[in-house]
Design a protein around this ligand. Structure first.
Ligand code: NDP
Length: 308
């Protein structure tokens, strides 16, 4: 049984040594030392080459080393090859930390106070209690739920939106396209934690922003493709959106003359919301390989028809 990793050098060696220690029956190879391509059954990467199934004729499973698989061209892979995303608990922990940082910063007006400091200006705004701050999360999957749970102890008024109906304690849940506008109407602070699919591409657009209460704040932790970048500039210009914190962009890094770099009401971070760590992800990856060996369903398997 052979597993080929195509990941950065530092993590490649960590993965290999974890398998050598805990699962020596699985041979790990590191790209570009692929050996005999016909021996590769499992492939793990952030972004595999397009002709993967041609290069590796006996490939059975592609493991994404990320929580999202939008960077994969699923249509190019034959149906018999399963695609499985990463459910690393370390990713959820990273997202929880980022969400708390971003929500608390926006809730406590930190962007405004940092601006004031630059202008040597000392002025307070009324303190809004957390229970009066309505925080809504788009995407109630692994990460959306972890984000909401982490915000509960602060007492925020929480809601969430997904494709299917959900019941989450302490969270008003909305579902489907029909409930998107009612959901947005009650979000002072909107967090995007959706997967990028044909249905969600461009979902953070002028219509969405118009449905939010005036002066709402936006956090995009999903993918750059969720956001129509020019619509955000327009919404910031009218004050419809007061502040945005963006971890992901269409082009990463953005061009040097991208208007977001110097925008006074946009904070940018270079896609650091969460990163897969071999230490925390290994157990699940190995468990999925064992499940595959036993003919059982793997955790995080992608449903090709919906794309996530
Ligand atoms: P999941 O697949 O567990 O959850 C996805 C959620 O989105 C589900 O609740 C799903 O609804 C909902 N959803 C999907 N399509 C639609 C739609 N058309 N309308 C409404 N809701 C929809 O994903 P994760 O929580 O694990 O990850 C979410 C995304 O976070 C990833 O795909 C990735 O893009 C991003 N991410 C970003 C990182 C960063 O560093 N910034 C790090 C890791 C992930 P339902 O429950 O009904 O199926």
């Amino acid at each position: 049984m052979t597993l080929l990793f195509k990941v950065d050098d530092a993590r490649a060696h960590d993965w290999k040594s974890l398998f050598q220690t805990h699962a020596p029956d699985i041979e790990v190879r590191l790209w570009p030392d692929i050996g005999d391509p016909a021996q590769i059954q499992f492939f793990a990467s952030w972004q595999p080459p397009a002709d993967l199934h041609v290069q590796f004729p006996n490939l059975q499973v592609v493991f994404a080393t990320s929580a999202g698989v939008d960077q994969f061209d699923l249509s190019a892979l034959p149906e018999h090859i399963e695609v499985v995303r990463m459910l690393d608990p370390g990713i959820a922990q990273g997202i929880v930390e980022y969400v708390c940082f971003a929500v608390l910063s926006l809730h406590r007006e930190i962007p405004l106070y940092l601006d004031q400091q630059r202008q040597h200006h000392w002025q307070t705004r009324p303190l809004i209690p957390a229970r009066q701050r309505r925080v809504g999360v788009m995407g109630l999957g692994n990460l959306g739920i972890a984000a909401l749970q982490s915000l509960r102890p602060f007492g925020f008024d929480l809601s969430g939106w997904a494709r299917s109906e959900k019941h989450i304690e302490g969270v008003r849940c909305f579902a489907g396209d029909q409930q998107l506008i009612p959901f947005l109407n009650q979000c002072d602070l909107l967090i995007c934690l959706l997967p990028l699919t044909a249905d969600t591409r461009g979902i953070l657009n002028a219509k969405t922003f118009a449905a939010l209460p005036h002066g709402a704040r936006l956090i995009n932790l999903g993918r750059g493709g969720h956001l129509v970048e020019s619509d955000l500039l327009d919404a910031l210009a009218t004050g419809q959106i007061e502040q945005a914190i963006l971890d992901v962009l269409n082009d990463e890094p953005p061009s040097q003359n991208h208007p977001y770099w110097d925008h006074p009401r946009i904070w940018l971070t270079p896609h650091i919301g969460a990163m897969t760590s071999p230490d925390s992800a290994f157990k699940l990856l190995l468990e999925n390989i064992r499940r595959h060996q036993r003919g059982e369903p793997m955790q995080g398997a992608i449903a090709r028809d919906v794309g996530y």
